[in-house]
Design a protein around this ligand. Structure first.
Ligand SMILES: *Cc1c(COP(=O)(O)O)cnc(C)c1O
Length: 380
């Protein structure tokens, strides 16, 4: 077998959006409506996402980061409060917390899953804790049921960062239907893309209303009815964070094809799992794939070999990545640093393999074979 003739040059890309074909026509038609701030297409997207999940309402916003920010504010998080969050996440999670004026309290994760666990959250509770923000790393659901009584008693809200987990399941329930505030991202490389976008699944009609005001400059009247009145009321703080109908149009097409997305992403992840089986020095991070629509394939490269393996693979045209560098060691978050040895080690070991829908399980096999060659031939 040739070492250079990969079946797909797309192996050089760690992630890449996948379009089903109807997205361009949908945008063109949305452009012709002349409604770019708000319009019926965004309403339809919200209703279709709600119907997909089986929840009464969903609020669409401009990004996953905006969803986290709005979700936290709607839960009453603000200055003086603490939000418990794993350090092992995208920096957007932490920026959303800081944007509310609250402080992040960084906690460890299970290195086998990349996800925080109930016990770690309970141990980090303080009288200032107002919210906890579990991150559904690799799309894997985080079940905090056992912590809920303690959290409820203290008035602590769970606002989950499900940016990577659209379509995943927690037991018998889709993520987004488990009674917490759920925030999704529909950014370019997520399971469903709107180009850019995000959504909040609120717990009550009142919380939905709060989210809509927060995304819409604090204006009380619904966006669709504003044109009919001579004035409007600014009821409180609000951002320009709605989802444009242009983005919603893309998301609607993607949603039509989501069954194919689920099937192909699971098949690609399983292709990697099979191909990596038996390679010594590399451990798969377990996303619980039967219940997950995987947005990535993460491994830990053991024995201090990650950086060399990373560069060797990139030299061979394999688009590996690092998701994520811990946040508690970032300069911007230095004020909230605490020693987190498990996360620090994970940050040195983690590596993501090329993962997107332009790739097939055969491509995964080629990437895994290159990884094996690098490990065996690396001169260690
Ligand atoms: C993508 C992502 C976000 C941010 O979503 P955007 O849509 O890019 O703003 C937040 N948290 C995690 C874990 C993510 O993967």
């Amino acid at each position: 077998m040739s070492r250079t003739a990969f079946p797909s040059p797309d192996l050089a890309r760690n992630a890449r959006p996948y379009l089903y074909g109807g997205e361009e026509a949908a945008i063109a038609s949305a452009l012709r409506t002349g409604q770019y701030n708000h319009g019926p297409i965004t309403d339809e997207f919200e209703q279709r996402i709600a119907a997909f999940l089986g929840v009464p309402d969903v609020v669409a916003v401009a990004s996953g980061t905006a969803a986290l920010h709005v979700g936290l504010l709607a839960a009453g998080v603000g200055p003086g409060h603490e939000v418990i969050v794993p350090s092992f996440t995208f920096c957007a999670t932490v920026q959303a917390i800081i944007a509310t004026g609250a402080r992040p309290r960084f906690v460890e994760v299970n290195p086998g899953t990349g996800c925080v666990e109930a016990a770690q959250i309970l141990a980090a509770l303080t009288p200032d804790t107002r919210a906890v923000m579990p991150v559904l790393y690799g799309g894997r659901a985080v079940d905090l049921t056992s912590a809920r009584p303690a959290l409820d008693e203290q008035g602590v809200t769970v606002v989950e960062d499900a940016a990577q987990a659209f379509g995943s399941w927690q037991g018998q329930h889709r993520v987004g239907t488990t009674g917490v505030v759920t925030c999704f991202s529909f950014g370019p490389i997520k399971n469903l893309t709107c180009g850019l976008g995000g959504a909040i699944v609120p717990r009550t009609p009142l919380e939905a209303d709060t989210c809509r005001r927060l995304r819409g400059l604090g204006i009380v009247e619904p966006a669709t009815r504003r044109a009919e009145t001579t004035t409007y009321t600014v009821g409180g703080f609000g951002m320009r964070a709605q989802m444009s109908p242009l983005n919603a149009a893309v998301g609607l097409v993607q949603l039509d094809h989501f069954t194919e997305t689920e099937t192909r992403r699971r098949a690609l992840w399983r292709g990697y799992a099979t191909a990596l089986d038996g390679i010594v020095g590399v451990d798969l991070v377990d996303p619980d794939v039967d219940r997950t629509v995987p947005p990535m394939c993460a491994v830990r490269v053991l024995d201090g070999r990650r950086d060399r393996v990373f560069h060797e693979l990139r030299n061979r045209g394999i688009g590996v990545g690092v998701h994520y560098s811990p946040n508690h060691t970032q300069p911007a978050f230095a004020a909230w640093h605490r020693p987190l040895p498990v996360t620090e080690r994970l940050g040195r070991e983690i590596m993501t393999l090329p993962f997107h829908q332009h790739l097939t399980p055969t491509d995964a096999e080629h990437a895994a074979n290159e990884l094996r060659r690098v490990l065996v031939g690396g001169g260690w």
